[in-house]
Design a protein around this ligand. Structure first.
Ligand SMILES: Cc1ncc(COP(=O)(O)O)c(C=O)c1O
Length: 379
């Protein structure tokens, strides 16, 4: 009998092959133009991505970590300041806060959406709080209205970590337009992914985006060699911008294909004992960056899939308040019970716009077989 074909967690070449001709043409155009940094494609991408999100301004930067860090610097956040955020996220969220010299204050998340729990937000805010930084984890938007109302009551802005949420929406508004500003990553595996590193800051606040742009370009003032604030080099190169423009034109369709696959998983896994499937909160449209189920026997399930050639991943096995690099934030086990439990149970199944439906059916069947065998339900 033939071994079944392996099913990877993600296949980036499948997406690229759909737009390869246009990407080749875009790359050729940039190479011929000689405009490798800056140039018309960067400005065009900024305008097109801002329009996609429903905001008026955007600044392209080198990666999503810089997008967060430069936004924090544009707010003037630094030593002595606190930023309220969550711990079930990629390390970059916490890194950006510590790198500007501020302290991350972690609050627990809602079990259902894995996003910042507005009910716990108020208690985390102190006179030192300068920003609230919710993360739209796995593509599901945080409750922007509740978070925004509490932050506004305390006079602090909301910066969205929208690195996983291109195209997600909450009550009709898109990620990128749900707070005062947002930070995006275009890391290759993201819903909108470059062929390298890239990032973006979006906001309706023109002055704020101008400050981000200034810090991202050596703190330059009106003249290139007039460096008025301490900056850095975090410019996006034209090749990545040109590639991202080609893909941005397809993002809505690709997100719809992800949503269709998420719905198929939900149907195929309905009632599987011990398996919790992700569901959108009413009013929310997930970008379905990751399809993340929960199982109390997560590690055994991952192994069951691995020996059958099926890729899966744990995002993230250790909440960031427990990472050694975040020790300065003073997190301890038990601080965030929901987040810590989710970290023991989450497992991401293969999901990308081109995921063949027969592969999806096989993944779901294997998850169900594992779940039923584990409880004896299938016997
Ligand atoms: C939630 C979150 N924040 C920040 C980042 C950082 O983005 P980048 O890898 O582009 O620096 C990522 C992605 O890797 C992410 O998933």
């Amino acid at each position: 009998m033939n071994e079944p074909r392996p099913i990877p967690l993600i296949d980036l070449t499948a997406q690229l092959s759909r737009v390869r001709t246009e990407i080749d043409a875009a790359v050729e155009r940039v190479l011929t133009s000689g405009a490798f940094v800056g140039g018309p494609d960067v400005g065009a991408l900024e305008r097109e991505f801002a329009a996609f999100c429903g905001v008026s301004h955007a600044c392209a930067v080198a990666n999503g970590t810089d997008a967060l860090q430069l936004a924090l610097r544009a707010y003037g956040i630094g030593p002595g300041d606190e930023v309220v955020t969550v711990a079930n996220t990629f390390i970059a969220t916490g890194e950006a806060i510590l790198l500007v010299g501020a302290r991350p204050v972690f609050v627990d998340v809602e079990e259902r959406t894995h996003t910042l729990d507005p009910e716990r937000l108020e208690a985390a805010i102190t006179p030192r709080t300068k920003l609230v930084l919710p993360v739209h984890l796995y593509g599901h938007p945080a409750d922007a209205d509740a978070v925004g109302a509490i932050a506004a009551r305390h006079g602090v802005p909301v910066l969205e970590d929208a690195a996983q949420a291109h195209g997600a929406s909450w009550r009709g508004r898109r990620a990128g337009a749900l707070g005062h500003a947002a930070a995006f990553s275009f890391y290759p595996t993201k819903n909108l992914g470059a062929c390298g590193d890239a990032g973006m800051v979006t906001s309706d606040d023109a002055e704020f985006v101008a400050r981000v742009r200034q810090v991202a370009n050596h703190g330059a003032g009106t003249h290139r060699y007039d460096n008025v604030v301490l900056g850095t080099n975090s410019r996006l190169d034209s090749l990545q911008a040109a590639i991202l423009r080609v893909k941005l034109a397809r993002l809505e369709r690709w997100n719809a294909e992800r949503a269709e696959r998420a719905a198929l998983y939900a149907k195929a896994l309905a009632g599987a004992p011990g398996i919790v499937t992700p569901r959108e909160r009413e009013g929310a449209r997930s970008a379905w960056h990751l399809y993340t189920i929960r199982s109390p026997r997560r590690d055994a399930l991952a192994e069951h899939l691995r020996v059958r050639g099926i890729g899966s991943a744990i995002h993230y096995p250790k909440p960031i308040h427990l990472q050694a690099s975040m020790a300065a934030a003073g997190g301890r086990p038990g601080d965030l019970p929901v987040c810590e439990r989710l970290a023991r149970e989450v497992l991401c199944l293969p999901l990308y716009a081109e995921l063949p439906l027969e592969d999806l059916a096989r993944v779901a069947a294997e998850v169900r077989a594992f779940a039923e065998a584990a409880t004896g339900a299938g016997a």
